[in-house]
Design a protein around this ligand. Structure first.
Ligand SMILES: [Zn+2]
Ligand SMILES: [Zn+2]
Length: 167
């Protein structure tokens, strides 16, 4: 009874193993990617993927600063939108993030004017460099070293400039 149910006899199963073993093992030689980090004036500049990704800290800061509802229409739930797109090296830092509902988020990726309008609004508060990270500012010569401290000081200065104009 049991033998009828089995599709392979023990013998067949072993045959399979044997023939596999007979095959000469050829180790595929994959050309190893050279791990030359991108350097700029002696500093290692991380990869785009790491520079644009959103950390939980930045996501939470985004919610703290702009609210847990869509920045455009007030709906929930929201997801984080990169105002300066990832493809343009937009930072995953909270200054470049906007909580948007599904509908508005979709619109931000399909309609250039809407995406641009959102960026313009953000620039009014944080200045024209809001989408950049510390490495971008450093490469552009806007800060002397690529530290978080320098970055924060610069960005706060930019924000203060706008505040003073309003007064
Ligand atoms: Zn988005
Ligand atoms: Zn919305």
């Amino acid at each position: 009874m049991f033998n009828e149910v089995r599709s392979y006899s023990k013998e067949d199963q072993l045959k399979g193993h044997k023939s596999e073993k007979r095959k000469p093992k050829v180790k595929e030689k994959r050309p190893k990617k050279k791990k030359n980090p991108q350097l700029y004036r002696g500093r290692i500049i991380p990869k785009k993927k790491d520079r644009t990704k959103i950390t939980p800290e930045n996501y939470n800061k985004m919610i703290e600063v702009y609210g847990a509802y869509c920045q455009e229409c007030g709906y929930t739930p929201v997801s984080a939108h990169h105002l300066v797109f990832r493809s343009s090296m937009g930072t995953g830092g909270w200054r470049n993030l906007a909580p948007l509902c599904t509908k508005c988020h979709d619109r931000a990726h399909k309609h250039f004017e809407f995406a641009e309008y959102l960026r313009t609004k953000r620039a009014e508060r944080f200045g024209p460099h809001f989408g950049k990270d510390k490495y971008a500012l450093f490469k552009e010569g806007l800060i002397p070293t690529s530290t978080d401290e320098m970055y924060e000081r610069f960005m706060k200065g930019e924000e203060e400039k706008r505040d003073n104009k309003k007064v």
